[in-house]
Design a protein around this ligand. Sequence first.
Ligand code: ADP
Length: 448
Amino acid sequence: MLSRLLFALFFLLVTVTCGYWLNGSVGIWIAAVGVLIALLFNDYEKGHRLEKWVRRDDPTAEAHLTGFWGELVDRIRRGFKTRDQLALQHQQRLQEFLAAIQASPNGVLLLDPEGRIEWCNQTAATHLGLHEQRDLGQHIVNLVRDPAFTRYMAQGDFSSEVIIEGRSISLSHILKLQVQLHPYGENKKLLLTRDITARAQADQMRRDFVANVSHEIRTPLTVLGGFVETLQSLPLSAQEQKTYLDLMAVQATRMQGLVSDLLTLSQLEGSPPPPVTESVDLNPLMAQVKSDAASLSAMQGETGLPVHAFSFTLPEHLHLAGSRAEIHSAVSNLVNNAVRYTPLGGKIDVVWTLGDEGQATFSVKDNGVGIAAEHLPRLSERFYRVDRSRSRESGGTGLGLAIAKHIAQRHGGSFHIESELGQGSHFSLVFPSNRVKLEAPIAQLQAA
Ligand code: ADP
C-alpha cells in the first residue's frame, strides 16, 4: 500500500515538473489533473475486475491482478477457502446428525408454527403412514386422523404423551404408538413417536394372565367353600361326609395341579436354557411315562386295566442334552393329553425318531376327539382350551401345551401340532442335533 502511494507521488512529481517545464503554472495543473484521472481510471478498472472475480465465487479462478490488487485477491481467496471448508464441515455434521436421527428407533418429525411437516425420519413416516418427501408441507392433523391425536393437538397441552393407533401393517397387527410434542424455537414443534405395540401386548397378556389365574383358582375355591359350609351346617351321615370329602379332595388336587403348573411355567421363564452338558437317558424316562400313561388310561375304565391301545417306540441308547425334569414334563404332558382326549378303546402311538440332520423328534399320535383347524394357532397359549368342561373334568389346567412348547424352545427345538376334528391329533417336539447323543449304556461300553 505504502509503495503504491510512493509510486503515485513520484509519478505526480515527475509529471508536474514536466508540466511546469513545458507550460509554467498552467502546465502544473494540467499535469496534476491528468495524473489523477489516469490513477482513478486505473483503480476503477482494477476494482471492476476484482468485483467480477468476487462475483464468480470461485477461489480457483485466476483474477489476473498484481501488486496491491493481487494481494487483495489473495486475501479474499483465503477467506473464500475458509468459508467453503466451514460450510463443508457444517454440511458433514448436519448429514451425520440426520443419519443419527434416521437410525433412531423412534420417529422424529419437525413441525412449523402452523403444524406443517418440515422434516421427518423414516421411522416416523412408517409409524404414521406418511411419505417422507411427498407429505412435506402438509398439515399433520390432516394426515394423522386418530381422534385422540386431533384432541391432543387442539388442546395445546403437550406436557404428557398420548397413545394413538399408528398405520397398521395388517388387521391382526395394530400398531400402538406413544406420541409426544415438544415445542422448541419460535413456535416450532418436535413430534416424537414410539412403537409400544409389544409393551401394550405384554401388558394385555399380563392382565389376561392374572384374570385367568384368578378365575381358575376361584372356581375350585368356591366349590370347596360350598362343601365346607355344607359340612359345617348340615348333620350328615359318615357316608355323606366321605362323599363330600372325596369331592373336596378332587378340587384340592385340581388347585395343586394348577399351582404346580404355574410354578413350572414361572421357573421355565425365569431360568437360563438348560446346559448341553447334562445328558438325559430317554429309556428310563420313557419307561416312567409309559407306566404313568397306562395308569391314567386304567383310571378311565372300570377293570383296572388300560382302556387304550398304546405303542411306544424308541431308538436304543438315545440321549438328549438338557434338563431331565423339563423333558419329562413336556413328554408326559403330551402323552397324558392323548389319553385324556382319546375315547376308550382309542389308539395312541408314541415314537422317538432320528432325522437325517441328526435331530430327534418325539411324537404322539392319537385317534381321539381331534381339534378343529380354527383352534390350532392359539392352542399353545396359556389357558386356551377347546372344550373347557372336558379339560376340567379330566383334570386339565390349560397350561400343558404352553409348558411343552416352552420346554422345546428352551432346548433350541420346536413344537408342532396337526389335528383334525373327529379324526385325532399329532403333537411333536423336535430337538436339534446339538442336543442329540447316541450313547451305549456304560456296561456295554466297558464290554466293548
Ligand atoms: P388342558 O390341561 O386343558 O389339557 P393343555 O394346554 O394341555 O390344557 O391343552 C390345551 C387344549 O388343547 C386342551 O384343553 C384341549 O382342548 C386341546 N388338546 C390338547 N391335547 C389334545 C389331544 N391330544 N386331542 C384333542 N385335544 C387336545
